[in-house]
Design a protein around this ligand. Structure first.
Ligand SMILES: Cc1cc2nc3c(=O)[nH]c(=O)nc-3n(C[C@H](O)[C@H](O)[C@H](O)COP(=O)(O)OP(=O)(O)OC[C@H]3O[C@@H](n4cnc5c(N)ncnc54)[C@H](O)[C@@H]3O)c2cc1C
Length: 405
């Protein structure tokens, strides 16, 4: 017998789980499907950092609201999610990067964040792992927070289920069913599901789903890696998150040690169409030498981290767009088809607000914020060329750190 739902959400990572929760909370009968276990792919492999000052005013506002929502969710569930409002510091070690910080402070202040430039001594107080010698300028962002990445998406999955969503793990969507220009549901590895609304939140597989719906979108799954050290003397959970611009690294306290990740200068795209159907985020080919080079670049400023034994090395597949903006909204040419993808390595922390706005848009007919910069229609015919897409997305990944986080 064919199953039915008001809405099928494809993918239970940060984006899909948040969308499912916000639709279910608005009274929709939601079926949340995942080809693997619930919330098991890139989302739990993230660093769990929520950076509040972003490249644009809109994203800064969204990121700030998203952090508040994570705190709210922890309260609703009476479960901390490892949420710590530690604040963050962003370190410039060149005069050029110091100017970036001045601009970031302006963006922050325009959006009500009491960010400020502090001296190197204060930076070392905010995070005692910092050796101040080479620090030229430091920005302090009191609103930044971090959380346990393995807990956020699964918390949304659980909260969606409590609002009546049906959870269907290990059930891959294999096709989009349509009648004329309307979506009518999905084909799955077993029975089809009838639904007038289908939301593509398939993370690195989102491009494949969009293509199956008849509207290819330029998305590039790209490897991203991090490490966590063994405990380091003196590290405390309330110590500030930190980023070093020229080294393209970020980090935060984690289980008494330090978690550090960063942006590769020669990024690696993974073509999922060339991978077996059983491929999972944990199968992403890792390369510790990339992180070793990052540790070396950061070692003047973070010597204790550079010397610490490594406890965890993991990675996953965030999905880059060609312009660094997320991909959120209706998919043209298929009434009832929506997408929430193109995380650009910042999707987990922004998912709380993206899910809410998309829920609002789907149920009420319009979002309360202008999401046109995330529109699927922003890509012209020039993005039909896969080589052009790959080049732009990877260039964006490699340069991303200076422009955004
Ligand atoms: C090392 C690392 C560090 C990171 N650090 C941060 C950070 O500090 N802060 C931050 O905000 N972000 C960070 N990110 C990025 C963040 O992890 C992603 O932006 C986010 O997890 C993307 O969520 P998603 O829901 O789009 O994708 P995913 O979590 O990958 O979820 C997509 C889901 O769709 C399912 N799916 C795919 N195809 C199908 C199908 N056909 N049928 C059914 N289900 C399907 C998949 O199985 C998967 O569960 C980091 C990422 C990595 C790898």
């Amino acid at each position: 017998m064919t199953e039915t739902a008001d809405a099928v959400v494809i993918g239970s990572g940060g984006f899909g789980a948040s969308v499912a929760y916000h639709l279910a909370r608005r009274g929709m009968a939601v079926a949340l499907l995942d080809r693997h276990a619930m919330a098991s792919q890139t989302s739990p492999r993230a660093a769990g950092i929520a950076a509040t000052v972003r490249s644009t005013d809109l994203m800064t506002r969204f990121a700030t609201q998203a952090v508040d929502r994570i705190g709210d969710l922890a309260e609703e569930l009476d479960h901390s999610l490892g949420f710590v409002r530690s604040g963050g510091i962003k370190i410039a070690r060149t005069e050029t990067d110091a100017k970036i910080l001045d601009r970031n402070v302006e963006t922050a202040r325009r959006n009500g964040i009491a960010a400020e430039i502090v001296d190197a001594g204060r930076a070392a107080e905010l995070n005692p792992l910092v050796k101040p010698d080479r620090v030229v300028s430091t920005m302090w962002i009191p609103t930044d927070a971090y959380f346990e990445p393995g807990e956020l998406a699964i918390a949304y999955v659980g909260a969606a289920a409590r609002h009546g969503a049906r959870l269907l793990p290990h059930r891959a969507v294999t096709g989009i069913r349509r009648h004329g220009d309307r979506v009518t549901g999905v084909a799955t590895a077993t029975e089809p599901i009838d639904a007038p609304l289908v939301i593509d939140a398939a993370g690195p597989w989102a491009g494949q789903i969009a293509a199956a719906a008849g509207h290819p979108v330029p998305l590039v799954p790209t490897r991203h890696q991090l490490l966590i050290t063994e405990p380091i003397d003196g590290v405390r959970p309330e110590h500030a998150i930190l980023r070093i611009i020229d080294a393209a690294v970020y980090g935060r306290p984690s289980w008494g040690g330090f978690l550090m990740g960063g942006y590769e200068t020669d990024p690696v795209a993974i073509d999922l169409a060339a991978q077996p159907a059983t491929f999972e985020a944990r199968d992403t080919p890792l390369d510790f030498s990339v992180l070793r080079r990052m540790l070396d670049r950061a070692s003047d400023t973070l010597p204790a981290v550079a010397e610490a034994p490594i406890r965890v090395h993991r990675g996953g597949l965030p999905t880059m767009t060609v312009d660094g903006q997320h991909l959120v909204g209706p998919v043209p040419g298929s009434d009832g088809m929506w997408i929430a993808a193109g995380c650009n390595v910042a999707g987990l922390s922004i998912a709380p607000i993206i899910g809410d706005l998309l829920g609002e848009w789907i149920v009420d007919g319009a979002p309360s914020e202008d999401l046109s910069t995330m529109s699927v229609t922003r890509f012209g015919p020039e993005w039909a060329d896969p080589d052009h897409v790959l080049e732009a997305a990877l260039h964006h990944y490699a340069a991303f750190y200076r422009s955004t986080i």
